[in-house]
Write a protein that binds this ligand. Sequence first.
Ligand SMILES: Cc1ncc(COP(=O)(O)O)c(C=O)c1O
Length: 419
Amino acid sequence: MLALGGSPPAGTLSFSNTITKQAFTTELNGFFSAENSSRCPSSIRASAVPLVKEAASGVNFIRPHLRNLAPYTPIEPFEILSARLGRAPQDIVKLDANENPYGPPPEVMEALGNMQFPNIYPDPESRRLRAALAKDSGLGAEHILVGCGADELIDLIMRCTLEQNDTVLDCPPTFTMYAFDTAVNGANLVKVPRNKDFSLDVPAILMAIEKHKPKLIFLTSPNNPDGSLIKEDELLEILKQDVLVVLDEAYIEFASEPSRMTWVKEHENLIVLRTFSKRAGLAGLRVGYGAFPLGIIDYLWRAKQPYNVSVAAEVAACAALDNTAYLEDVKVKLVNERDRLYGLLLDVPFLTPYPSHSNFILCSVTDASKSAKQLKADLAKEGVMVRHYDNQELRNYIRISVGKPQHTDAFFNALAKVA
Ligand SMILES: Cc1ncc(COP(=O)(O)O)c(C=O)c1O
């Protein structure tokens, strides 16, 4: 621990008496490590030294539980990626973020062009969109709340339910935002790993509920990254427990099963999340929504940012829902392409694909001469982006988003070159 007291000479680092110099240095080293350097804004990377000094004096203002937080790893924006790879955006085959390559129905661009009042704050209750969603889902609008992506709703749910030292159950491998937001909200994360085939380990979940008394459990169906579905009897068993179940259905449109949104009428401990990012090709406009029991939704209304859904986002989402024939057509195209991609992957000797109910396919890489990380890097050099994971449990896997038929062809052409 550094000797403290008195003001440090101008220009030197100051440390509070709650943080050792070593711990502090470790944090900064972690933040600026090679792995993280791609995550932090380039303005910070370019001027790392002066900013480190400033951060040293400011860190005392940061809530203690956030000081060790690892930044979330976002996908690189298209323009940045294009500059890094030295390829025009149209020459990049982007199969790394489960985006919808067809984009939204044409009416969306028209509606955005005709947007009437961008100078006026949006409707804080997103009434037009909630009415359209009620029609689309068969669930009353009073159960529905819209957010800046499903991501915002994950955080909002936590902000409304978690107190310091409350516990969240997570079933990895799964969408990493649950763990990230749990850390941001200062709660404890208890992991109940999935079985080898990525199905839920329900007996272990029930034991963890008994032991840790979690406030929340996140269940994802289809699950990201493998695309497996949760079985109905397993969900019902978990719903019987004294825990708030957040069922994330971001990819449900690509599955053969219907959404369970309407279940929130019967289950006071169920929240269902959905999004326009995948089905409607609106990932860039950030629109997600959730179905909530009436006993819960009122409090989310009180806590949410009043203008969380922009005028453009609401206009676009409403226009997308007006053309359900287009949405259905795109879904069928993507599901057909997923099945074709799966069949082709089965023939690649060093890849083992997992059956998926979503718009992506997870593959384990079984070629001892090439790691999954290397394969991803080699494909990127050919202009084909797939997802690789740094965490231990998924180190030997890549995830390939389903694109148009020409994207699948480009993937296999690149694979033939690099394998
Ligand atoms: C399982 C899952 N839930 C939620 C999201 C986030 O959705 P949104 O784009 O609406 O924030 C994603 C995004 O990839 C996801 O994979």
